[in-house]
Design a protein around this ligand. Structure first.
Ligand SMILES: Nc1ncnc2c1ncn2[C@@H]1O[C@H](COP(=O)(O)OP(=O)(O)OP(=O)(O)O)[C@@H](O)[C@H]1O
Ligand SMILES: [Mg+2]
Length: 263
């Protein structure tokens, strides 16, 4: 199955059009186009080095796209910084969790929270009642997120003492503090035990049912197939196939790219 030409219309939550990313002279992402509907759960699979994480970096703003446009909820993001994209509701997690190791789980979530007043020096210096109230609200919100993710029992544990799977949950918690409309998850199941994979999958489904759209990069194809209604497979910087997950995985080109068959 080859990808049909994409009509990137304004009603899409996310529209990625002809995006390329270059490292030195090497094109890691080569003219990729796809779109995401509000509340959709889209999977991205592909060989190692296919450009999946680089594509996320281009969408979330850590990497400048060398060509192409990225439109989120009607706003052209192409020149915006990551924090500006996050404010618009577009957030990502990283393949290797980026927790603050010496901070507790609860503090890690607070560190991810938007800090509206913090940008103004004056406001940062005066500890007003409004500010204290906001800090209390954020702390309560972090506790709600921890409860939702079944992390309350490790609330006060330094992040460095968590298991790989718990760190992935904290990553998810950190982005949930930003009340996103769309979460890009980079290999959430890598290094996570099967019980936690099921738990994490349930959280993703619940959040998706509440209206949060997801794009999920994952090598764990069985877990991905259970979640994603639509799948994109990338190979060497390009989209090789997209559509319903099983037919994409059965595609001879995809099978060939993975050399030896998948799923
Ligand atoms: N910062 C960088 N500088 C130079 N090359 C890079 C950089 N980051 C990634 N690359 C290269 O770009 C290509 C795409 O990498 P990327 O990490 O996006 O792939 P991926 O599909 O996420 O792979 P994986 O499944 O292994 O995580 C690879 O060839 C990689 O070596
Ligand atoms: Mg990657």
């Amino acid at each position: 199955m080859t990808s049909p030409a994409h009509n990137v219309a304004a009603e899409h939550l996310l529209a990625v059009e002809q995006v390329s990313c270059v490292y030195g002279g090497f094109k890691a992402v080569d003219s990729v186009s796809f779109s995401l509907q509000p509340s959709e759960l889209l999977g991205i699979a592909g060989t190692n080095g296919a450009g999946k994480s680089t594509l996320f970096a281009a969408i979330a703003g850590q990497q400048r796209a060398s060509t192409g446009t990225i439109v989120f909820n009607g706003t052209d993001l192409t020149r915006l910084e990551p924090y500006q994209r996050a404010r618009l509701g577009l957030v990502r997690t990283f393949q290797i969790p980026r927790e603050f190791k010496s901070l507790t789980v609860h503090e890690n979530l607070l560190a991810g929270a938007p800090n509206k007043e913090g940008e103004q020096l004056f406001a940062a210096l005066v500890n007003t009642r409004a500010r204290q109230q906001r800090e209390r609200e954020l702390s309560e919100k972090a506790d709600e997120v921890l409860e939702f993710l079944n992390l309350s029992k490790v609330r006060n544990v330094p992040a460095l003492n968590l298991s790989g799977g718990q760190k992935k949950l904290v990553e998810l918690g950190r982005v949930l503090m930003l009340e996103p409309r769309c979460i890009l998850l980079d290999e959430p199941f890598a290094g996570v035990n099967p019980v936690l994979i099921d738990q994490l999958s349930e959280h993703i489904v619940t959040l998706n049912q509440r209206g949060i759209a997801f794009v999920l990069i994952e090598h764990h194809l069985q877990a991905l197939k259970k979640l994603a209604k639509r799948l994109i497979v990338m190979d060497r910087g390009s989209i090789l196939a997209q559509g319903d997950p099983q037919s994409v995985l059965d595609d001879p080109q995809v099978q060939l790219a993975y050399m030896g068959g998948v799923a």
